[in-house]
Design a protein around this ligand. Structure first.
Ligand SMILES: *Cc1c(COP(=O)(O)O)cnc(C)c1O
Length: 236
């Protein structure tokens, strides 16, 4: 199957899931998870209609960036981010989905300040408190949002989660509903003009239809577009 055929399939599934939930399909942004893909495959995906590429390794992102592979698309960072790598992302990524600690927020603010920009970010939430995954536990999300409010070079745009791998999409519905409710709760508690938790980044190849039913605005899809990745590549 070609990338464009797969992509058309995913776009149709997004449309159907949105309509079934009484939502406008245009509210949903497809972030193509391009990890492990070559410059050439990334270019093919963009030519086929991908408008946002999601990367989860700084080194891969930088290499594709330098090769000009992302031309015509936005780049989002969706993977685990180490503090010492933040500086390499500045000016390259429109949105960082995976901010998982206050330390990281402070570093992003510092580096964005140096670069003279305001970095849009999402707070990653570890809803199931899985030790293998990063992300704020639920009680720590409000303090992190409050910190964002104090940082001049960081703009909070919403929340992100990576629930446990699903064998069928609906399995993760409770997590998706939980993230949606948490975003509303944070928005209300902050009660200011700067905080904006409208973006909900949730849903991957195995469960994006359920995520859309629960209000996802951004879904991150790799396998359903590009096919299975080689097993040596750890997805997270
Ligand atoms: C790889 C990746 C995805 C996409 O996973 P698939 O199951 O291949 O769709 C989504 N989110 C993150 C953070 C990823 O690293």
């Amino acid at each position: 199957m070609s990338i464009s055929t797969n992509l058309a399939h995913v776009v149709e599934e997004i449309r159907a899931a949105a309509l079934a939930a009484g939502r406008d399909p245009a509210e949903i942004t497809l972030v193509a998870a391009t990890k492990t893909q070559s410059d050439d495959v990334i270019r093919q995906a963009i030519a086929a209609g991908v408008t946002v590429c999601g990367e989860n390794r700084v080194q891969e992102l930088t290499a594709h960036w330098e090769a000009g592979a992302y031309e015509g698309a936005q780049v989002h960072f969706i993977g685990h981010l180490q503090t010492n790598k933040v500086k390499y992302l500045m000016g390259k990524v429109d949105l960082i989905h995976s901010v998982s600690s206050q330390k990281l927020l402070l570093e992003i603010d510092k580096q964005a300040g140096k670069a003279g920009l305001v970095q849009d970010i999402l707070l990653e939430v570890n809803l199931a408190q899985e030790p293998s995954k990063s992300g704020f536990f639920v009680p720590d999300v409000l303090p992190a949002a409050q910190l964002c409010g104090q940082l001049p070079h960081v703009r909070l745009r919403g929340l992100m989660c990576i629930p446990p791998a699903a064998t069928f999409p609906e399995e993760n519905l409770p997590f998706f509903h939980k993230l949606q409710a948490l975003a509303v709760d944070i928005q209300e508690r902050m009660g200011d003009n700067k905080t904006d938790t409208k973006i909900l980044s949730m849903g991957m190849s195995g469960d994006f239809t359920a995520a859309i039913a629960a209000g996802a605005t951004h879904i991150r899809v790799g396998t359903a577009i590009f096919g299975p990745r080689s097993p040596i590549s750890n997805p997270f």
